[in-house]
Design a binder for this molecule. Sequence first.
Ligand SMILES: [Mg+2]
Length: 220
Amino acid sequence: MGWSMFSGKTVWLFDLDDTLYAPQTGFAKAMSLVQHQALANQLNVTVTEVKPILTGLVEQYGGAPFTGLHKTKVIDMDRFIEEGFDLNYSSLKPDLDVLAYLKVLPGRKVVFTNSPQCHAQKVLKVLGLNSVFDEADIFDVVRLNFESKPKKSAFEFVLAELAVAPENCVMIEDSLSNLKVAKDYGMTTVSVYAEGQKPPYVDIAHTDLKSFLSNVSACV
Ligand SMILES: [Mg+2]
């Protein structure tokens, strides 16, 4: 398949963490450590006990841990969002090329993230991308009432709010399990930072976001 698959697409759905910034920044890893500590404090367990608890929640409730944490009401969610996203955002830096490519990409540019909006806004601001994504086009886990990717309920919420056919959407993600569901709906799928892995449900695999955007912006 060539780059023509992207022509005429009207909505570009971007994941946030490890997609709009690179995993190599170490930011998402550092974030996960802060969140595990915040959860350990609230659940009154050790940090090493947090991971199996989260795995169990994902197995039972699907999506990301946020979904199970919300359903089971085992933590104070406001406190977790405050403490778990108390991060050093200044470690993320803007990439002016990415900004320029995104600006010329025709169509609606949307953030679809399993993180809360307060985090998405801070990330977009430090990356210099807040002018690209309208606040109304940030679909975060709180706005989705704690439904999260890869649950179908999360995709259906976003598609209904955007009032767009999935065939007109492109989804750009580091998580292959999220891209699999996107393809089930008929979206065009782009993996970034997934170490070049290209399972059948991924249309284009790129080692990084910038190289994808530089190619696609020249073709649409
Ligand atoms: Mg991600």
